[in-house]
Design a protein around this ligand. Structure first.
Ligand code: COA
Length: 190
């Protein structure tokens, strides 16, 4: 799927408004959804990450993080859940979250929305859904890593109550590093 070519996305993006929230729904992502999630990731990364990650680093990370075997293993053995945003029944975004070594602290691993649908509150809606899910699972704190250059995502997280808690540079192999902020939100006071 390519967001520039997909008729449904452009048509939907033109007609969606805050008064029509029923056009979007969030469902639990199962193994049957993983090919669609990998495809969405490729489209979103290549549209949103130039200037943030080099093309070589995108290829390297997409191949590692979105291999179907990797995501299947996350679901089966690493207690990571996926949530899928459907817009008029079609995959348009996704999120994933899971536990950490620290009891009560969960991590948002992924939050992605097709670019044509940015700026309509849908990313925040998916984020709030994840917060409800992890809170229901007993978490009192949600953390995430975000590239320091990813101003749009950092702004979205701030809007939703996350604050910068740390700054980390992680060697991910292949000669690449991730230069991230760790952002965090307390869920217990809501
Ligand atoms: C991160 C991401 C999911 C956030 O989604 P978003 O659409 O950019 O952000 P929101 O859902 O919070 O939408 C807020 C915007 O919608 C507008 N909006 C319109 N209707 C709205 C509504 N009903 N409710 C809330 N906001 C609304 C707000 O005014 C705001 O506009 P602004 O960005 O011009 O200030 C999205 O930017 C994305 O997928 N980015 C690429 C992938 C990425 O970087 N992921 C994060 C990895 S760590």
């Amino acid at each position: 799927m390519d967001c520039q070519e997909s008729g449904f996305v452009t048509t939907f993006a033109e007609t969606l408004n805050a008064e029509k929230p029923s056009a979007a729904q969030i469902i639990p992502g199962g193994e049957e959804h993983l090919p669609a999630i990998a495809e969405l990731a490729g489209v979103i990364w290549r549209a949103c990450y130039p200037g943030i990650l080099s093309p070589a680093q995108m290829d390297y990370m997409l191949a590692r993080m979105y291999a179907l075997d990797t995501m299947r293993e996350e679901i089966r053995f690493r207690d990571i859940r996926y949530d899928l945003l459907l817009v008029e029944g079609q995959p348009a975004g996704f999120a994933s979250s899971g536990s950490t070594a620290e009891p009560g602290v969960m991590k948002l691993h992924k939050l992605y929305l097709l670019p044509a649908l940015h700026g309509r509150g849908l990313g925040s809606r998916l984020l709030r859904h994840c917060e409800r899910e992890v809170r229901a699972g007993g978490a009192h704190r949600l953390i995430l890593s975000v590239n320091k250059r990813n101003a749009r995502a950092i702004a979205a997280y701030r809007r939703n109550g996350f604050v910068i808690a740390d700054s980390v540079v992680t060697d991910i192999g292949g000669g690449f590093v991730m230069d991230d902020y760790v952002m965090a939100k307390s869920l217990s006071d809501e």
